[in-house]
Write a protein that binds this ligand. Structure first.
Ligand SMILES: [Zn+2]
Length: 357
């Protein structure tokens, strides 16, 4: 992820702190401050791009027809939640569906919303799910995974932090498996290899950072929801290399890389986390895309983690908010670096599908 979650939480906490300080100020100062907060919020809480400018990149396939034999259908469920289905077996990354509002996330404890998660399970026809792979343990990736696992009887795969979220939600150890990076796992006709990666670089806002505390890099004990968003500690970040027959998929949710980690791989399809890429230095952007697109040489690139996950999945997805991201600049970073190459770029709306290969 890119942790806009944490970004907004920090921002709002700082705002709340400052509002508290103003209690002792005079009325005109307070009005001035409130006006500032209102106008600032109005600007930064707007989407950082207009999807109508990218309409040609959307295949707009709703996936209600049967999956053609031998194909793998991918359905986008927001952030880096992707359902892969070959008609026999389904596997899912993350499965974050509750998407609490920005205000709830900032000011109260959060937890899986059963009604919302069940409605997504039904709408996306998640009915043959065998496994859930969680790329890291921030709330916008892991929060609903245990509930989905319980509901579907799928196995939860993740880091020790993810497994602590699973245990806190009542999953048994038999229903969970800790990642062993580099060791392939076979599920139906899918073979998944978990690869160590890195989280999107941390950022600083109003003097506070979202960086993982090096003294507390993992969720060390069962996490029982509801909890604060900040209690979902990253716990390591992972990519997924997925083979299906002769076809290969790489799913990278966070905008970062371990140098050389993908050198021995190639992929037909790359699901690429693009959040906050344009906020990084030009040299980082070049290296990120060298280490992913130019190394894997995919025929198809599907950007992920571009949507504002404070909005419900039942509404059309919108780009991340201006506070913390720039969708237009992220897209142009990708488009510029793939120009003239034989690579297609496709975006998917929530619940939209694409038949790969
Ligand atoms: Zn994250």
């Amino acid at each position: 992820m890119v942790c806009h979650d944490r970004f907004f939480v920090i921002f709002l906490m700082v705002m709340a702190e400052k509002t508290n300080l103003l209690k002792k100020q005079n009325l005109s100062s307070i009005l001035l401050y409130v006006s500032f907060v209102f106008f600032f919020s109005h600007c930064v809480l707007s989407p950082s791009g207009n999807l109508t400018n990218y309409d040609s990149y959307f295949p707009h396939h709703n996936g209600t027809d049967p999956i053609p034999k031998g194909k793998v259908r991918a359905t986008f469920l927001g952030t880096s939640s992707i359902l892969l289905d070959d008609g026999e077996t389904q596997i899912l990354t993350d499965g974050f569906f509750s998407r609490p509002s920005i205000w709830k996330t900032a000011f109260s404890k959060i937890e899986s919303d059963p009604k919302t998660v069940l409605s997504v399970i039904e709408k996306a026809k998640i009915n043959r799910l065998q496994a859930i792979f969680v790329c890291h343990s921030h709330y916008d990736h892991v929060m609903d995974a245990p509930f989905v696992a319980k509901q579907t009887k799928a196995k939860l795969y993740g880091s020790s932090s993810t497994l602590n979220v699973g245990t806190g939600a009542g999953l048994t150890s038999e229903q969970m498996q800790k990642f062993i990076p580099g060791k392939p796992i076979t599920i139906g006709k899918f073979t998944i290899t978990v690869l160590e990666s890195k989280h999107t670089p941390p950022f600083r806002i109003l003097g506070k950072t979202n960086a993982t505390d090096p003294n507390h890099p993992n969720i060390e004990s069962p996490l029982i929801q509801p909890v604060k968003a900040m209690d979902f500690i990253e716990g390591g970040t992972f990519d997924f290399f997925i083979q299906h027959g002769k076809n290969k998929i790489l799913i990278k949710s966070s905008t970062n890389f371990v140098e050389g980690a993908l050198d021995k791989f190639n992929a037909d399809v790359l699901f690429l986390g693009i959040a906050q890429i344009s906020l990084q230095s030009i040299s980082f952007q070049d290296e990120y895309l060298n280490q992913t697109i130019q190394t894997l040489k995919p025929k198809l690139i599907i950007p992920i983690h571009w949507d504002n996950f404070f909005k419900s999945l039942s509404e059309p997805l919108e780009p991340n908010l201006q506070l913390g991201d720039d969708f237009d600049a992220n897209m142009s970073s990708i488009l510029k670096r793939t120009e003239g190459q034989k690579m297609e770029i496709k975006l998917l709306q929530g619940f939209e599908s694409i038949d790969l290969f």
